[in-house]
Design a protein around this ligand. Structure first.
Ligand SMILES: O=C(O)C(=O)Cc1ccccc1
Length: 310
């Protein structure tokens, strides 16, 4: 019996940074890879079962969290992060034709792209207005259409080769070495096995009637030797003062200190959501204090069990 290949959706069109992330996912080349117009569409197709996986940007080393992704994946329990992918980001300026920078009055790109070149643009294109686009590659491909009104686009160097559009400036990013972090998202299922270099993502609603709630949340991680790698507060949309925290930390849900921290957080804030444990893309090993390693937890449990069994 043959089953259909898995379907991957990603922010297209061809040449986006999200596509570069998808190309790094093992097995994606034998799946069906379908470009869609937005992060929201990609995640909706996974929720509805139209797609098996979505690749979406979640965090940039310069610009911070991708709020469309953070808010959408936090909205319900229907999605799970399976893996993270890191993509180095460098930008070029493509023109509709060869032209001087002084001739450019309008530039289009994704808002995250613009946020990473705005100082360069202020210095080299002070006269130019920003026209937001759904993606970097989409903005560039728009230059091939007669009906497009803007003059230039900011995108990945690869798009110049794909489209033949002229490169007017290269390496225009304000911060060299920027990296965007993407996640591969599926419907909830088995958690990938621990590798010893893992991350976990949770969403914790901020209780409104709990003074010191953030301190109590952080305490659950600190006392168990768990290092956070990202924490962001986002409005729930329910009204001013209603927030949730989106948190990434080092460790896997199968590890004792992580189980203990999550169980304690659940007791404090039952609305907590688990969004996944998955291998770190950089495979970096982290140091766990000796007293919070699995062996220490087991020794502690055995000691208490022995007392009860006397
Ligand atoms: O528009 C793209 O190419 C994307 O994949 C989104 C994005 C934009 C800018 C930096 C990283 C990701």
């Amino acid at each position: 019996m043959s089953s259909a290949p898995p379907r991957y959706v990603y922010l297209g069109p061809e040449g986006t940074f999200t596509e570069a992330a998808l190309r790094q996912v093992p097995g994606a080349d034998s799946g069906e890879c379908v470009p869609v117009g937005s992060v929201i569409t990609a995640l909706a197709q996974v929720r509805s079962g139209e797609a098996d996986f979505a690749v979406v940007p979640i965090e940039n080393s310069v610009e911070g969290g991708v709020t469309a992704t953070l808010d959408d994946i936090a909205a319900d329990d229907d999605l799970q992060i399976q893996r993270e992918i890191l993509v180095p980001i460098s930008f070029v300026l493509l023109g509709r034709r060869e032209m001087d920078l002084a001739e450019i009055h309008t530039v289009s790109t994704h808002t995250h792209g613009w946020a990473q070149v705005r100082n360069w643009a202020a210095a080299h294109l002070p006269q130019a207005e920003f026209v937001p686009a759904g993606s970097t590659a989409g903005a560039a491909r728009g230059l091939l259409e007669d009906t497009t009104s803007y003059d230039a686009a900011v995108c990945a160097p690869l798009v110049a080769e794909q489209t033949g559009l002229p490169v007017l400036a290269s390496a225009i990013e304000d911060t060299a070495g920027a990296v965007t972090r993407f996640v591969l998202v599926s419907r909830p299922g088995p958690v990938p096995a621990p590798t010893g270099s893992d991350k976990t993502t949770v969403v914790v609603p901020l209780p409104e009637d709990h003074p010191g709630a953030l301190m109590d949340i952080l305490d659950q991680f600190a006392t168990r030797g768990i290092n956070l790698s990202r924490i962001e507060s986002r409005p729930t949309g329910a009204g001013l003062g209603s927030y949730f925290f989106s948190i990434d930390f080092e460790g896997h849900v199968a590890e004792e200190r992580v189980k203990a921290a999550l169980a304690a957080l659940y007791r404090l804030i039952p609305g907590i959501r688990f969004l996944g444990s998955y291998p770190r893309a950089d495979k970096m090993r982290y140091t766990v204090p000796a007293h919070t390693r699995d062996a220490a937890y087991r020794a502690g449990q055995e000691w208490v069990t022995a007392i009860i069994g006397r």
